[in-house]
Structures are given as structure tokens and as C-alpha cells.
Write a protein that binds this ligand. Structure first.
Ligand code: FE2
Ligand code: FE2
Length: 266
């Protein structure tokens, strides 16, 4: 491991082209300011609000993203299926069926520090083939001795499942970050065992919509219960993420700080 403990910038779900542009637009300033050793993004909504394409994934990697995590929209675009099998640093939830394309964890390296990145799906209100709480034990056993730090993206609907996963992994991983609800929560902290935790990081994209969707369309759907076309909102783009400072001790964090930044060029 390198002399200075690593810093991880984890960015919440990029929503649509606006989310991608917001992230790419703000990244140079964030790099300058926080000097992250690792940049990880959840990009399950980056292709027009649903899924991801090989071209977009390539663009994110070209911008210096170290690893991409996904979630329940991982398979929205068919052209990504072979890419998920072929590319190590893009992960879909590890507790999906083995028959589904892709894999659930990867190890990335920077300046001698090995960071494991695990994607998990909650089991409440989301379709995942295996229980997240059992799967993670298997993964931790597999990664034993192979990583210095470990970040788990727990992609889940229910806050209870995410809080539970934080406590379950406290003292065993560097960070547990929640994604999927697109709304950042106010509970970022390092748990007593040394694991950085937040229930939801939030999203990167239009804060002026309803979790990414144009607000007029979302309200119309909620008001009428009729089928309404959903487009990605273009209103009020923000980047939402967390900055995690790893501790000198393996698999422990020193701090976690929320990053909530408007993008004025949007
Ligand atoms: Fe999402
Ligand atoms: Fe999701």
C-alpha cells in the first residue's frame, strides 16, 4: 500500500446526458480540489435515463473513471451485455443470477493501493436472484488478502436494508454507500467499527425533476394514474457524491464527506 491513505470520490447515479455532462464538467475541479485516488460512478441511468451503452462507458473510462457500478437498470440496453462480460471495471449487482451478463465486483489499483469495488442489489422491491446479506460474505471471503480497501455500492430501495448492510459490514469494509433512490440522505458518517456509511449518495443530474424525470410528466402520471411518456429533466443539474478518506489501517475509513455541487454551465 502507498504511504498516504487513498481518497475515493464516489458519485451517485448519473441520470441521462445531462448527468453525464454534469459529471464530466465538474470532474476537473473536483480532482483539483480533492485529489481523489479513485473515482467511482454509479451509471445505471446514464443512457437517456435508463441503462448504459458501451460508447458511454468507454467515455467515462476515458475521462479517468476507475470503476462503474450499476443497479436495477443494468440490462436496459442490450448492446451492453457483452461489454459487461468483457470489461473488468464495470460491475452489476453481485447477487444477480449467475446466468445474467456481467460480474459483481472488481479490483482497481492506484499508486500501489488495491481497491475492491462491489455492487449489491437490495432484495426488497427489487429483483435480485440471491440475498445481498449472504452474497457479501462470499465476496469478502473471495477478496481476502487481495484488496487494501473495499467499497460496497448497496443499490436498494429500502433505507432499512441499506442501514442494515452498513452495520453488518461495519469494521469489515472501508465504505458502504447507498444508491438508487436518487435523493441524498443526511446520515453520512464513519460507523464505530471504522466503515464510512451513507444511506443514499443521491444522483448526478436534474434536481429540478422527480428523481430525474421531467416534473410535469411525473406529476401527470401521479395525478392521473395513466400511462405517461417519461423524459429526462434538463432542469437544475447537480453532482451528488461522497468523498471518502481511507484510514491507514486496511478496510477502514478516516472520514466521509458529502459532495453536493450545482453545475452552472448546464
Ligand atoms: Fe438510479
Ligand atoms: Fe436503481
Amino acid at each position: 500500500m502507498s504511504e498516504t491513505p487513498a481518497t475515493i470520490l464516489f458519485v451517485g447515479d448519473l441520470v441521462g446526458g445531462l448527468g453525464r455532462r454534469t459529471f464530466l464538467g465538474l470532474l476537473p475541479a473536483l480532482r483539483e480540489r480533492h485529489r481523489p485516488d479513485f473515482v467511482i460512478v454509479n451509471a445505471e441511468n446514464v443512457a437517456g435515463g435508463l441503462g448504459i451503452t458501451p460508447k458511454i462507458a468507454d467515455g467515462l473510462f476515458a475521462a479517468g473513471v476507475d470503476a462503474i457500478t450499476l443497479g436495477n437498470h443494468a440490462y436496459h440496453r442490450k448492446e451492453i451485455y457483452p461489454y459487461l462480460d468483457e470489461h473488468e471495471r464495470i460491475v452489476r449487482p453481485a447477487n444477480y443470477l449467475r446466468s445474467q451478463p456481467g460480474h459483481g465486483w472488481c479490483v482497481v489499483e492506484s499508486d500501489g493501493t488495491r481497491l475492491g469495488v462491489v455492487n449489491l442489489s437490495g432484495n426488497l422491491y427489487l429483483r435480485a436472484g440471491r440475498p445481498a446479506f449472504l452474497e457479501i460474505d462470499t465476496i469478502l471471503a473471495e477478496l481476502e488478502g487481495r484488496v487494501d480497501h473495499l467499497l460496497v455500492d448497496m443499490h436498494a430501495e429500502a433505507t432499512s436494508e441499506k442501514v442494515g448492510m452498513g452495520w453488518f459490514l461495519d469494521g469489515r469494509v472501508t465504505a458502504v454507500v447507498g444508491t438508487h433512490t436518487h435523493v441524498p440522505t443526511a446520515d453520512a458518517r464513519v460507523l464505530p467499527g471504522g466503515t464510512a456509511y451513507i444511506t443514499d449518495v443521491g444522483m448526478t443530474g436534474p434536481r429540478g425533476g422527480v428523481i430525474g424525470v421531467r416534473k410535469e410528466q411525473a406529476i401527470e402520471s401521479l395525478r392521473t394514474h395513466m400511462s405517461v411518456r417519461f423524459d429526462t429533466s434538463e432542469d437544475d443539474p447537480w453532482l451528488m457524491g461522497v468523498l471518502i478518506a481511507c484510514a491507514a489501517q486496511p478496510r477502514r475509513a478516516a472520514s466521509i464527506e458529502q459532495i453536493l455541487v450545482p453545475w452552472s454551465a448546464g
